[in-house]
Ligand binder design. Structure first.
Ligand SMILES: Cc1cc2nc3c(=O)[nH]c(=O)nc-3n(C[C@H](O)[C@H](O)[C@H](O)COP(=O)(O)OP(=O)(O)OC[C@H]3O[C@@H](n4cnc5c(N)ncnc54)[C@H](O)[C@@H]3O)c2cc1C
Length: 193
């Protein structure tokens, strides 16, 4: 999995503090003042100002299983590599660590190769990619652009960076947190372990 920042709101902490101050028609006195205000907003549970900052990430090499989970977050925007137009390659599959640890990774890979051979055979026989893909595994890798606002990133991190969440989406949530906490420490610092 590779997670790269594509775009972020310029000065996201400044933007959130500026939006929050509208309620009192107040003004701030610089970065530390903005951060103090954001920490108070967090304490009060005053979350709507956090919607005024957003970030877009390019997420590469996650499974279709992870895709199914992240797309459940309805406040996100998504643009996903198409399996209708782009041909999948046999090495584009996520192999879970548990498969390696159980010593069955050769069986896993043999089965994947066999599925891809059938996929290729169908393409050669004229079956369109959008139909031939039905035989590919849920571990097939995909890439997507993902965008949402900081309130929703906090929510995703809250419920996906936990032991209850599946490992792959947990890693994705950890990546979001690592990068977002650099960009806006006062927004995400309380979510770092
Ligand atoms: C550990 C774990 C296990 C899971 N297991 C399953 C499973 O077995 N099967 C399954 O189908 N899903 C499962 N899910 C997915 C889960 O049910 C949610 O679909 C997913 O986490 C999206 O989160 P969300 O619904 O909070 O909202 P998001 O779409 O991220 O929305 C953010 C928030 O906006 C509000 N909101 C959004 N839409 C509405 C709405 N229509 N009405 C009211 N409020 C709304 C809610 O407050 C919501 O929390 C699991 C999730 C986790 C974290």
């Amino acid at each position: 999995m590779k997670v790269s920042l594509v775009r972020c709101t310029d000065d996201p902490e400044g933007m959130i503090a500026e939006a929050a101050r509208i309620s009192h028609m107040a003004s701030g006195e610089g970065k530390e003042d903005d951060r103090d205000l954001i920490r108070r907003l967090r304490d009060w549970g005053h979350w709507s100002p956090f919607e005024f900052a957003s970030a877009t990430f390019f997420v590469e090499g996650v499974s279709r299983s992870c895709l199914a989970q992240i797309t459940r977050h309805r406040l996100g925007s998504f643009m996903v590599r198409s399996m209708r137009y782009v041909k999948q390659e046999p090495d584009e599959v996520v192999v879970p660590d548990t498969v390696e640890e159980a010593g069955v990774s050769d069986d896993f890979r043999d089965q994947v190769v066999s599925n891809y051979e059938a996929y290729q055979k169908m393409l050669d026989a004229g079956v369109p990619k959008e139909d031939a893909r039905f035989i590919l595994p849920i571990g097939s890798k995909t890439s997507l652009y993902f965008k949402t606002n900081f309130r929703e990133y906090r929510h995703i991190i809250d419920i996906r960076k936990t032991e209850e969440a599946q490992w792959e989406i947990r890693r994705l949530a950890e990546e979001f947190l690592d990068q977002l906490s650099e960009l806006a420490p006062s927004v995400f610092e309380d979510q770092i372990d």
